[in-house]
Ligand binder design. Structure first.
Ligand code: E4P
Length: 220
């Protein structure tokens, strides 16, 4: 299982990369728009240089020609660029063309198994299913994802499934069990994953025992 950082913030990315657990990075227009005053191309190139793995950069148009133009431009920015293409008929057409040009893609905003299957068949490198947004519509994200994982396995699809749109730690617990290839996780949630109250109390207990041992040793 791979973990991607779902951020365009360099401080956050550097922090998470230093843990040694990050295999890639995903961005989207909403994530980039949180980075006030940046130059888009410069920031993307900084991220591409930092991350030893795929970096998803999303096109900002639903027009096929413009999607292709942006995708080809992004692909020139680095070998690890992965172009995020919105799910839909135009997106599928774009992926089909980009695949033939050797450009890696990530079909984003998939909410159902059938969308993910179409994206994989069109030639996507990754397909992204959006956990919280699936649940917002009243569907069971775990079921949608598990069925998608099963169908991909059954037919040996090459595309890897990315799960994104996480809002709570409980989403991560459930998502990790689905067998999806990648989880892309926002920094706030990543920061809380190593923490466990019982771990804290255990470490504190051991440190207190060591303090007592050292004090006793000095008395002798
Ligand atoms: C990741 O690739 C997605 O763009 C991201 O996780 C979407 O998250 P959101 O549903 O919180 O916008």
């Amino acid at each position: 299982m791979k973990i991607f950082a779902d951020t365009a913030n360099l401080d956050e990315l550097n922090e998470l990369l230093s843990w040694g657990v990050i295999d890639g990075c995903t961005t989207n227009p909403a994530i980039v728009s949180k980075e006030k005053g940046i130059d888009f191309e410069t920031r993307m190139k900084e991220i591409i240089g930092l991350v030893d793995g795929p970096v998803s950069i999303e096109v900002t148009s639903n027009d096929l020609d413009e999607m292709l133009k942006q995708s080809r431009e992004f692909a020139r920015w680095g070998k690890n660029v992965n172009v995020k293409i919105p799910m839909g008929i135009t997106g599928l057409k774009a992926v089909n063309i980009l695949k033939k040009e050797g450009i890696s893609t990530n079909v984003t905003a998939c909410m159902s198994m059938k969308q993910a299957v179409l994206a994989a068949k069109a030639g996507a490198t990754f397909v992204s299913l959006f956990w919280a947004r699936i649940e917002d519509m009243g569907y069971n994200a775990e079921q949608v994802v598990t069925e998608t994982v099963d169908i991909f396995d059954l037919h040996d699809f090459e595309a890897e499934i990315i799960l994104g749109s996480f809002r709570q730690v409980s989403h991560i617990n459930r998502a990790m069990m689905t067998g999806a290839h990648v989880l892309t996780i926002p920094t706030k949630i990543m920061m809380s994953l190593p923490w466990n109250p019982r771990t804290e109390s255990t470490i504190n207990e051991f440190l207190e025992s060591w303090d007592t041992f050292e004090k006793d040793s000095k008395k002798q």
